[in-house]
Design a protein around this ligand. Structure first.
Ligand SMILES: NC(=O)c1ccc[n+]([C@@H]2O[C@H](COP(=O)([O-])OP(=O)(O)OC[C@H]3O[C@@H](n4cnc5c(N)ncnc54)[C@H](OP(=O)(O)O)[C@@H]3O)[C@@H](O)[C@H]2O)c1
Length: 334
């Protein structure tokens, strides 16, 4: 059987994450990235050179990249507040979009993106790369096998120090904030483990006096079947990033839920005094995996691992949590 033509990728922006992902994709699939765009052409040229994207075009505007016929799919790695605009512009130019998390600034924008891509017959996926690592499927399988009894509680945290007011994470106008930046992982993980949508949420937050975005956020999600999830995200502490999934008979302890070790990822299944370690050796680079799986879906060689509706549902929970934090009232999700 003839191998299908590789998907030509265009990267929108030359920021920190764009560079990290491009390096991983170039190492796994040399030549897959055919174009890079920046607001400043010299930055795009430097990116192409430094990442070693030989032969890739360097554009000085995002418009020029999405007009390039070599580009079949874009990686939208712009600040959160720009995801909607450039995903829709890419869709109008006939390009598929792998879009960074969180999918948009709010659920209605995310819905607009999902609808726009669907109407154009194009794929859209939120880049929750950890979901594509085999560790995530193994975690769900432990829960579903009953290894920890009935699922009761999910606890997760994602914290690091962020004080640079010039960083997009501390920009209100670009839809920054701890809940948007990393709380989205905790919500996605909780929904994934519960295999359900929360019925109701409660939250507290600390907003930065200067940044005006939430720099500390703690949320509680109440799921069907009596399952409760709690999470904590914080730009003012480091070293608290992990997850636990607690059942009636035991729990899963995951030290690296979002960035599983490339060589050997591991989590523990604890029941009473018994501790079993589940490992995944060479599970793959999650950034290369998201590009591979999205490209396979474009070619009809596999399912879209994370349909856009999943991103819309995650954003609905984010919206509800912000409402809960701002009003001090629990918010029900319809
Ligand atoms: N999945 C993950 O592991 C992960 C990790 C980190 C970040 N992310 C996501 O990736 C996205 C980008 O984050 P990042 O950390 O790469 O941010 P970043 O380093 O600030 O890069 C963002 C880029 O967007 C472009 N941009 C266009 N308009 C801008 C504006 N008004 N202000 C600032 N930048 C502007 C700039 O590129 P040009 O100057 O080249 O145009 C900039 O370098 C976010 O959605 C974030 O949530 C995901």
């Amino acid at each position: 059987m003839a191998a299908s033509k590789p998907v030509g990728w265009g990267i929108l922006s030359t920021g920190k994450h764009a560079r990290k992902v491009a390096l991983a994709v170039q190492a796994a699939h040399p030549g897959a990235i055919v174009a890079v765009a920046s607001r400043d052409k010299t930055k795009a040229e430097a990116f192409v050179r430094e990442v070693g994207l030989e032969g890739a075009s360097a554009y000085g505007s995002y418009e020029a990249l999405i007009a390039d016929p070599k580009v079949e799919a874009i990686f939208n790695v712009l600040p959160n507040g720009m995801h909607l605009e450039w995903t829709l512009k890419a869709a109008r130019a006939g390009k598929h979009t792998l879009c960074e998390k969180p999918l948009a600034s709010n659920a209605s924008e995310a819905q607009e993106m999902a609808d726009g891509c669907k109407k154009a017959g194009l794929l859209l996926m939120e880049a929750f790369m950890y979901r594509l690592h085999p560790q995530s499927a193994k975690l769900l399988s432990e829960v579903q096998s009953g290894a920890i009894g009935e699922l009761r509680f999910i606890r997760s945290a994602f914290c690091f120090i962020m004080e640079d007011l010039a960083n997009v994470r501390l920009s209100a106008s670009l839809a920054g904030g701890a809940l948007m930046d990393v709380g989205c992982y905790c919500i996605n993980f909780s929904r994934f483990m519960a295999q359900a949508e929360p019925l109701e949420v409660a939250a507290v937050a600390e907003f930065g006096a200067q940044s005006k975005v939430d720099e500390v956020f703690a949320g509680t999600l109440h799921f069907p079947r009596g399952i409760v999830a709690q999470f904590h995200v914080n730009f003012r502490v480091s070293g608290d990033t992990q997850a636990e999934v607690v059942g009636s008979k035991g729990k899963l302890r995951i030290e690296r839920p979002w960035f599983p070790d490339v060589k050997s990822a591991a989590f523990q299944v604890q029941t009473g005094s018994d501790v079993r370690t589940v490992t995944t050796d060479h599970g793959g680079n999650t950034y290369a995996l998201e590009f591979e799986r999205f490209a396979a879906a474009i070619r009809g060689q596999g399912p879209l691992p994370l349909p856009p509706e999943d991103g819309v549902r995650n954003m609905r929970v984010i919206d509800a949590l912000y409402r809960a934090a701002r009003t001090g009232q629990n918010v029900k999700l319809g």
